[in-house]
Design a protein around this ligand. Structure first.
Ligand code: SAH
Ligand code: SF4
Length: 361
């Protein structure tokens, strides 16, 4: 009996979005083609949003044939997509060749077309209220897998003359836990000769990895940073965000002060309001004391309930009281309504549902 795993003789197709321009040039010349073909392919990817090699009509047929077998523009497969009842939010679940899942969300709001993209399959940080945290960590995404999520939607929007205006790295995963690949993707998305989205249009959200925030500050990056704080005392934050035990609030705030000094850029704090937990007047006062005088803004988001956590969202009255208390300290905040709640648009929730359905059948 032959117990050997089935293997293919074909090398895995190269995800073209993983290549820098120099790597693309090496790849194309490696196929025996002149250099200028690399520029043509690059333009098909990032200016024309080509969805297939067949569309690259200014390439000779022989090259297209070679590329068809050697490369892919679709490093993942669509599993399911859902639209919110108002039609403004669309969430897709993709499966990667190794069987992992990732989620990407498109949110339309007035003229904005904001994409919420994933940087990892799963997440190692284990925040108790988060569906991705509850599933654990599977692997980092490559830069090309991050970029491909954006091109997927750029292509779709272009069909109606529309385009991506903003990106938030708030899908599955902790972006700064996958620093190299994430920032390579961000560089590609902002490079004028690639996707060319303004750096200020891409927000990186982090749970608060202190050394990575310092590195990010040192690199003087233009992309805005959001920090998921969610609690203003270690006692409370330890309960919600395990990584707080490693880098408690004082250390995190030191890194944030360092970032503000280095970059002079406003920082955003994310705060999921959980009824009776972190929405008390006492927490609001502690937060006010922590942020008073800082160049910052707070986003208050009523908790999106998840299967693995018993917490519930705060009532409107409690949200208002929290916000009013912050204002007493001169700290500005906005209450964000989580759109697409009816399609499990909180990170990790769609994958959760699909995996549960599959295990039932
Ligand atoms: N790992 C990064 C980015 C992905 S999570 C981070 O934690 O910042 C994106 C945002 O969604 C974070 O602010 C996170 O705290 C928040 N979030 C996760 N689960 C949530 C839930 N159930 N309800 C409300 N916000 C949630
Ligand atoms: Fe990871 Fe962010 Fe979810 Fe925490 S909130 S588990 S860091 S994805």
């Amino acid at each position: 009996m032959n117990n050997k795993p089935v293997t293919s003789n074909q090398p895995p197709a190269t995800n073209l979005y993983n290549l820098s321009f120099d790597e693309m040039t090496a790849f194309i010349t490696g196929l025996g083609e002149p250099k200028f073909r690399a520029k043509q392919v690059w333009e098909w990817l990032y200016q024309q949003y080509a969805g297939s090699v067949a569309e690259m009509t200014n390439l000779p047929k022989a090259l297209r044939e070679k590329l068809e077998t050697a490369v892919t523009l679709h490093p993942f497969t669509l599993v399911t997509e859902q639209r919110s009842s108002d039609g403004q939010t669309k969430k897709v679940l993709f499966t990667l060749p190794d069987g992992n899942y990732i989620e990407t969300v498109l949110m339309k709001y007035e003229k904005r077309r904001t994409l919420c993209i994933s940087t990892q399959a799963g997440c190692a940080m284990g925040c108790v209220f988060c569906a991705t945290g509850q599933m654990g960590f599977f692997r980092n995404l490559t830069a090309g897998e991050i970029v491909a999520q954006v091109l997927y939607f750029a292509r779709e929007l272009a069909e109606t003359g529309d385009h991506v205006t903003n990106i938030v790295l708030m899908g599955m995963g902790e972006p700064l836990h996958n620093y190299e690949e994430t920032l390579t993707a961000v560089d590609r998305l902002t490079a004028p000769d690639a996707f060319n989205l303004g750096a200020r249009k891409i927000t990186i959200s982090t749970v608060g990895l202190v050394p990575a925030i310092r590195r990010y500050a040192d690199e003087q990056r233009q992309t805005p940073l959001a920090v998921s704080l969610h609690a203003a005392s270690d006692e409370e934050r330890d309960k919600l965000i395990p990584i707080n035990k490693r880098w408690p609030i004082a250390e995190l705030m030191d890194a944030i002060h360092y970032y503000l000094e280095k970059t002079k850029r406003r920082i955003t704090f994310e705060w999921a309001l959980i009824n009776g937990e972190n929405d008390t007047v006492e927490q609001a006062q502690k937060l006010g004391e922590l942020l008073q005088g800082l160049l910052c803004h707070v986003n208050l988001i009523p908790l999106n309930p998840t299967a693995g956590y018993g917490g519930t969202p705060s009532s409107r009255e409690r949200v208002d009281a929290f916000q009013a208390e912050l204002a007493n300290y001169g700290v500005s905040s906005t209450v964000r309504v989580r759109r697409g709640i009816d399609i499990q648009a909180g990170c990790g929730q769609l994958r959760d549902r699909i995996v549960k359905e599959q295990s039932k059948s």
